[in-house]
Write a protein that binds this ligand. Sequence first.
Ligand SMILES: *[C@@H]1O[C@H](CO)[C@@H](O)[C@H](O)[C@H]1NC(C)=O
Ligand SMILES: *[C@@H]1O[C@H](CO)[C@@H](O)[C@H](O)[C@H]1NC(C)=O
Length: 336
Amino acid sequence: MNARPPRAWTTLFLCILISGLVVEAIEPVTTSLLVVGTGTAMLGRKIYRYIYENCHENWVNFNATGLKYDLDTKLYGQHVAGQVILKAVTGFMNNKKPKKPLVLSLHGWTGTGKNFVSQLLAENIYVKGMESSFVHLFTATAHFPHEIHIDTYKTQLQDWIRGNVSICPRSMFIFDEMDKMHPGLIDSIKPYLDFYDNLNGVSYREAIFIFLSNAGGENIVQVALDFWKDGKEREEIQLKHLETALSLSVFNNKNSGFWHTSLIDKNLVDFFVPFLPLEYKHIIQCGLAEMIAKGHSPDKEVVEKMAHDLNYFPKEERVFSMQGCKVIPSRLDFYI
Ligand SMILES: *[C@@H]1O[C@H](CO)[C@@H](O)[C@H](O)[C@H]1NC(C)=O
Ligand SMILES: *[C@@H]1O[C@H](CO)[C@@H](O)[C@H](O)[C@H]1NC(C)=O
């Protein structure tokens, strides 16, 4: 009972003391709180930018050295495609004021590396590579399967391109199976590929469009086959040898002719990139790389066994692979 009053007094005294200190300190505290607050907000924004992908250069930044390195060491058997891609993309990315978006058209059989090259490009422009929210992959048969919905697809696709380029001018659009796209749908994206300063306030000049197709694949194979029959080295094949092959297929092939013609007429495609059919040795290279990617130590015997069981043409000589590298990730599992 007796102990209470002194304790109460002490508490009261302490309270007064503290509140006095607080009052004294209130000015500096608010000021520093304000400073700390602003600092935190700025830091917060910085951290936010650091953690969440955005269109700034810490997320979107072209690495020319990286692209060259990747094309030299990871893309097998495509010396022509590698050179064209590197030149085209480096030139475009170094141009501060491009007159139109970059439009690449990649041609060749399945499994020759068209998708893979798109991936390498994405990885050397966007920190998040193919996972970047600025990289858009459309597959004709998956995204636009029904012809009756063509009008919906058109508006949707235009909205997507416009919307995404508004958010990030350096956006990448990859169209797989271009030869299976409805001609009307291709027409609907043509304005975005053209030499416009801007369309309704949006400029598309920094964007990158990549078209993938098998169109012209047969003709490219023929050129490679002719070189081989003449006893010439594959590495002697140059772009000029394949250009005719590509343009012939462009105008002769009914299935793929239309989109080519309509895009070529207006010079909307900047580069046609040919992919050669792969040989046995390239299949081995892909196989070894895939083994490493799967976390195994590379075993040549295993890979050779797998490569041997694949199909090649011409039937007798077995020079070029029918499936290329595409089937390797799944096939390899049976041999490991
Ligand atoms: C560019 O790529 C090279 C080779 O892959 C790599 O060593 C380098 O760190 C990359 N630079 C940047 C800025 O990411
Ligand atoms: C961007 O494109 C994607 C498709 O890749 C689409 O789902 C999205 O709605 C587009 N964003 C805008 C803002 O248009």
